[in-house]
Design a protein around this ligand. Structure first.
Ligand code: GDP
Length: 525
């Protein structure tokens, strides 16, 4: 096979996705349930890896070793049927986190995981909005059907009404939430009955039940499911691949991750419908095909993953070409050559270097301190992918270290957090070097920043919340004009040198803007 056709074939068998959900909906459980279906990746062109994931149960680690699948807090890669599945983790805080959103720039599809009893929850809605904004197709998995929950039609209605996404169920549950017998495949009307295995330790036992037999066995539950299916037919809620890829409809599946019910069906839906990596938009010119020379972008940076190593890993999503370990690529920002000999598929207790990777895959570059979030790595002529979304901060606080002896470490730590995009760091002459202002989308980011400074850099810090709520981009003239105004302040964002004007309220901002000639204020995006 020619190099280009190998890349085309390898890209076509990749599915790269993330799960979007509200805490407690069952994301970790689903991840483990998916991995029960995993095959070790061993064939040429894919990666055999094993590794540790922090904070997982020990039998999971054991299983991981046994099966040789690779699990990290960033990416879970495994083979299923003929495909290579990359599941990117979205760090789950019950709070806005820019980190989570950036992961969504590196996926081709998302699985929206709902708790059958709770339906759409706040964090799911926020994450869904990011998917919508980026046009990412979404498959819906309604979880916890093994216990009492809402009516299935009501759940579909909620999705359609609240987020204007048309649900097109692929399967339909037999038995109300809490009494789950199995699902009917909408295509052929055949039922798959689920039977638990002890402790859910393996994949569920599935039994194919023909309609006549199912009607006898499940009586009223079967009848009810048939009536609901008829209603669905009337509303034309059928899967349409074009509409799904246009992010207008969402295929829906029902299951119980804890018992592994419906999980294989979810994987099959990913195989059948989730898009493989395709041409990637660039800022100038036509979208870059997967067969173009190697290119990828950094969507996540994480430091000190491993205490023993004290390192920084830059995670690169490959968009085109073939990645081989040790290849020298160019750094999009500076045009400098960048050696990748420390490329790793993952990290953790057991490190595993990788030999090659393809579009859709994620490689971790260790100690790539020259790389920043959003940076491009490429072969051949320069390529630029659209900037990663930067979220508009709404919380601001001055960070200080009371102990001047640790100032150097304080400064290094703050630089690190800035590089990782944990928070945005702002400075001004007025406040001075020692008092950076942290800007965050949600207040939890401050807690994460402080905890990490203490744990990883040994610096205790104090935080003084500032009364600002609104931010706009301004220019040097604006900085001068705002210098003496009450309820406003201008700071420089360290990351890109942007001048940001902060205001105590929208009202204050408008009052100042209306009364100040020559003041330029623009939204941050
Ligand atoms: P996460 O916060 O989204 O990662 O949620 P977890 O995977 O930690 O699950 C939260 C809780 O829901 C745990 O107690 C799980 O055992 C439970 N859970 C997850 N999936 C199911 C399911 O299908 N059925 C039931 N009954 N419980 C589940």
């Amino acid at each position: 096979m020619s190099a280009a056709s190998t890349i085309t074939a390898e890209a076509a068998r990749r599915r790269t996705f993330a799960v979007i959900s509200h805490p407690d909906a069952g994301k970790s459980t689903l991840t483990e349930a998916l991995a029960l279906h995993a095959r070790v990746i061993g064939e040429a062109g894919a990666v055999h890896g094993k590794g540790g994931r922090r904070g997982v149960v020990s039998d999971w680690m054991a299983m991981e070793r046994q099966r040789g699948i690779s699990i990290t807090s960033a990416v879970l890669q495994f083979a299923y049927r003929d495909l290579v599945i990359n599941l990117l983790d979205t760090p789950g805080h019950a709070d806005f986190s820019e980190d989570t959103y950036r992961v969504l720039t590196a996926v081709d599809c998302a699985v929206m995981l709902l708790d059958a009893a709770k339906g759409l929850e706040p964090q799911t809605l926020k994450l869904f909005e990011v998917c919508r904004h980026r046009g990412i197709p979404v498959i819906t998995f309604i979880n916890k059907w093994d216990r009492p929950g809402q009516d299935p039609l009501a759940l579909l209605d909620e999705i359609e009404q609240r987020i204007a996404l048309k649900p097109t169920p692929l399967s339909w549950p037999v038995g109300i939430a809490g009494q789950f017998h199995g699902v009917i495949q909408r295509g052929d009307g055949v039922m798959t009955a689920f039977h638990r295995t002890p402790g859910g330790a393996t994949t569920a036992i599935e039994e194919r039940v023909e309609p006549v037999e199912a009607a006898q066995r499940y009586g009223p539950d079967w009848q009810r499911a048939q009536e609901e299916l008829e209603l669905l037919e009337l509303t034309g809620a059928d899967h349409d691949q074009g509409e799904f890829l246009a992010a207008k409809t969402t295929p829906v599946l029902f299951g119980a991750a804890v018992a592994n019910f419906g999980v294989r069906q979810l994987l099959d839906a990913l195989v059948a419908y989730a898009p493989p990596p395709g041409p990637r938009p660039v800022t100038d010119g036509d979208p870059r095909p997967v067969t173009a020379p190697f290119a990828g972008f950094v969507f996540k940076i994480q430091a000190n993953m491993n205490k023993a190593h004290r390192d920084q890993v830059a995670f690169v999503r490959i968009c085109s070409g073939r990645f081989t370990r040790g290849m020298t690529v160019l750094h999009g920002g500076t045009g400098r050559p960048f050696a990748t000999k420390y490329a790793q598929q993952l990290f953790g207790a057991d490190r595993e270097t990788i030999d090659e990777a393809y579009p859709g895959d994620v490689v971790g570059l260790v100690n790539a301190t020259a790389l920043g979030i959003g940076d491009t790595l490429h072969e051949g002529p320069s390529v630029r992918f659209p900037a990663l979304p930067s979220f508009t901060p709404e919380h601001f606080a001055v960070l200080r270290s009371p102990d001047t002896a640790t100032y150097k470490r304080f400064r290094r730590g703050v630089e690190q957090l800035d590089a990782e995009g944990v928070v945005q760091v702002l400075r001004s002459d007025r406040r001075g070097e020692q008092s950076p202002v942290l800007a965050a989308v949600g207040p939890m980011q401050f807690e994460v920043a402080q905890a990490r400074l203490e744990a990883e850099f040994g610096v205790r810090t104090t935080l003084e919340h500032l009364p600002y709520e609104v931010v706009r981009r301004t220019d040097p003239a604006g900085e001068d004009l705002l210098r003496t105004m009450a309820g406003a302040e201008v700071l420089t964002r360290v990351r890109d040198g942007a001048l940001l004007a902060l205001f105590t309220s929208n009202w204050r901002m408008r009052a100042i803007a209306d009364n100040t000639r020559g003041l330029s204020l623009a939204p941050l995006l």
